[in-house]
Design a protein around this ligand. Sequence first.
Ligand code: HEC
Ligand code: HEC
Length: 287
Amino acid sequence: MSGEHPREVDPVTGYDTTGHDWNGIRELNTPFPRFVLWILAATVVYSVVAWILLPAWPTGRDYTRGLLGLDQGAAAVAGLQALDGERQGWLDHFDPADFAALSADTALLDVAMPAAARLFGDNCAACHGAGGVGGPGFPVLADATWLWGGDPETVAETIRVGINADHPDTRVAQMPTFEWLTRDERLALADWVATLREGTAAADAPAATLFADNCAACHGEAAEGNMMNGAPSLIDRAVIYGQDPATIAETLRHGRQGVMPTWSGRLSEAEINLLALYVTRLGEGGQ
Ligand code: HEC
Ligand code: HEC
């Protein structure tokens, strides 16, 4: 450009100007700074070296892999596999599960119990409440009373097959309806059963005979419950549905069949055993 114009030199700086004149303002024709050119040249050289050494150009489905053989995708996959292996590493101890040894392995429990708590939160808390506190229709798991038994093997079996569930070996808990008793009999029985846990139930009340004839076979002579058929104790503090006369009358009228889903197939054996140990420890107040 400057070639088309006569050379004009700025008197202050000594540089040429471009020759353009914007209302008396002229632009200096200063040379491009050297160091910028050097940086530019260096980046060009670097990129050529990088194309040769590192993965760079797409070639259809593949890409140029570079002489150094670096691959961050492979590194990420390897990292994930290592993590998975670590998890699998300790989870492997739960299938088959030697619960006595597992309970004594505090280092393992330190890793496993937080994972179990998350597993419980994801799969069980919706019904049993956070930390197994229970709710109407869903038994408390964080206590020492059990419908089917609170040792880890039994708890694992309950989780595996479920209760009144669609597993071929499901546990079956059937509280039949006593609609065929008269309403007055049901109400008297409900009142009487409600006093059992207070220890004030009269042994010679007509309801006591009704109980012996109709209920003791499942719930036990002293209403202590039966872990063979899941009939709850009616003399302790633990309740599924409620131990007030109105709720008991409701139970007698319509019967109860609580459903605990089966988890076999949905959780791995190791996860089921992990949860069994977690639930057992909830009951012991250990977690
Ligand atoms: C859809 C609701 C539901 C979900 C989800 C559920 N449960 Fe249950 N669970 C129940 C019900 C209802 C019972 C009581 C069944 C009955 O009334 O006899 C029960 C009973 C149990 C028992 C028997 C307790 C005893 O006293 O013997 C255990 C153990 C148990 N659940 C553990 C679990 C675990 C662990 C999970 C998560 C993997 C889980 N439950 C998920 C509804 C559920
Ligand atoms: C065939 C066995 C069987 C017989 C007979 C039976 N029950 Fe039950 N009962 C159960 C089972 C199993 C449950 C638990 C049901 C469930 O978990 O959904 C239960 C639950 C109950 C509950 C609810 C407890 C709670 O914690 O909410 C009450 C109350 C009860 N039975 C009272 C009686 C009375 C009273 C009779 C006699 C009139 C009787 N049952 C007869 C099996 C039986």
